[in-house]
Design a protein around this ligand. Structure first.
Ligand code: GLY
Length: 439
């Protein structure tokens, strides 16, 4: 079996490692990822060059392609590959609208009466949007409808001071077509704790993975600008310290209903579905979907996979997904990023990664937005590498992961609080206050 992984980052490195030697592994990446290049036959080209990816797949007689990032999905890479008879782990362009078009996603919830939605409106006109913000009178979240690499969402009370700033941002999105369209979704601001459930989907069956929690803020104590995600953790029981089985199951139900609704509207969804939820007083509500693995959350679940990723991929393609097995362990992932990230990242700097010591500490390294040149590893303007600790408890996994960060040298930083008892305790107390109606 020949399997092609499309994508350049740590998420794709984690996918490649999960495939291991179970297949002849090929990859397409936009620059030389030191981890992926070591374990696959690879070609450097843009992941968004659909024609070139298709030609590579045909020339190399690829059986199944796994699409890592969302941008090629939006460009119809799966449609192009499927037309040539190549099976794909990733949805078609239309089905990927669950991520690439936030108005499609919200309307789907409304039309199919899927639980877990929220108050929202879609606007093309800044004045109408402004009137809605005034009339609504409560804090809102402003989202461009299209893709913004996770950096387009702004929350009133966090990134936007007041209604005036919210209206200015709406105008900026519409005038500058941020996210590719002159359109904005305005949603009520939810109060709660965010968490992620990812699932394998074969068009019909939804097989969920352990829950995880990401940390989007750049600095310790959840301060600073929003990033692509600074780290994440998962627990041995597949739940989170503030998330019980009942609420996890409700989230999975929401994902199942969504998959059914997508099938009815635009055809079957095959691939990975990433549900980002807010756990509110009345249960989980859907914040957004991604049509792919999360980054960093892929690194929490893939190292625990006991089932063969190759078999699971083939079953997704064939519509015959069965139970998928994960090891019962806790994980903590911390991203090491260039100094100044995300705003003024120290790019083109050499970093030294002592992989032997990282492995001796019991951790795994997944390379992200770095470039390998003459055996040296250079930073770029994005996250450099993810380190993952695995243990019987989150505490143990965190200790392993934190130790591993000391074996990366260069102009970099990481959030040492991800997965610590202090921060998790804060999350649990926050959720308890919400449950009791105190906030
Ligand atoms: N963890 C956020 C994302 O994957 O988009």
């Amino acid at each position: 079996m020949k399997i092609l992984v499309v994508g350049t980052g740590a998420r794709e490195h984690a996918i490649c490692r999960a495939i291991g030697e179970d297949a002849e592994l090929h990859s397409i990446m936009s620059r030389k990822n030191p981890g992926i290049s070591r374990i696959s036959k690879f070609k450097i080209l843009s992941e968004k060059d659909v024609e070139a990816v298709k030609n590579y797949a045909l020339e190399n007689k690829i059986d199944v392609a796994v699409i890592g990032p969302e941008a090629p999905l939006e460009m119809g890479i799966v449609d192009a590959l499927q037309e040539e008879g190549i099976g794909c782990v990733g949805p078609t362009k239309e089905a990927a609208r669950i991520e690439t078009d936030k108005s499609f996603m919200r309307n789907l919830f409304e039309e199919h009466k899927i639980p877990g939605s929220l108050v929202y409106r879609v606007f093309d006109d800044a004045q109408d949007a402004g009137k809605f913000i005034d009339d609504f009178g409560k804090e809102v979240v402003i989202k461009p409808v299209g893709l913004t690499g996770g950096k387009g969402v702004k929350i009133m009370g966090e990134h936007l001071e007041d209604a005036h700033e919210a209206k200015n941002y709406v105008k900026e999105i519409i005038d500058n077509k941020i996210g590719g369209h002159p359109r904005v979704v305005i949603e009520e601001r939810l109060l709660g704790e965010e968490f992620t459930v990812q699932a394998f989907v074969d068009g019909k069956h939804v097989v969920p993975m352990p829950a995880a929690q990401d940390h989007p803020s750049a600095y310790e104590g959840d301060k600073g600008p929003i990033t692509g995600g600074m780290g994440s953790y998962s627990n041995k029981d597949g739940l989170l310290p503030f998330l019980n089985r009942k609420d996890y199951d409700k989230s999975v139900k929401i994902m199942e209903k969504t998959v059914k609704a997508i099938k009815n509207e635009v055809g079957p969804y095959r691939g990975i579905l990433y549900g980002q939820f807010m756990l509110c007083r009345d249960g989980p509500r859907l914040v957004e979907y991604n049509a792919r693995f999360g980054d960093p959350e892929a690194m929490n679940v893939l190292p625990l996979l006991n089932s063969s990723f190759v078999e699971v991929s083939q079953n997704i393609v064939d519509g015959k997904l069965k139970k998928v097995d994960f090891e019962s362990k806790a994980t903590v992932c911390k991203y090491v990023v260039p100094r100044g990230y995300p705003e003024t990242a120290a790019s083109n700097q050499v970093i030294e990664v002592d992989e032997a010591k990282i492995n001796d500490a019991g951790a795994i390294v997944y390379y992200a937005a770095v470039d390998q040149n003459d055996d040296k590893i250079y930073t770029s303007s994005s996250r450099a590498l993810g380190l993952v600790g695995i243990g019987e408890t989150i505490e143990e996994a965190e200790e392993i992961c934190e130790k591993a960060t000391s074996y990366v040298e260069g102009d970099v930083y990481h959030r040492s609080d991800v997965g610590t008892a202090d921060l998790i305790g804060k999350r649990m107390r926050h959720m308890e206050q919400i449950r009791q109606g105190n906030i």
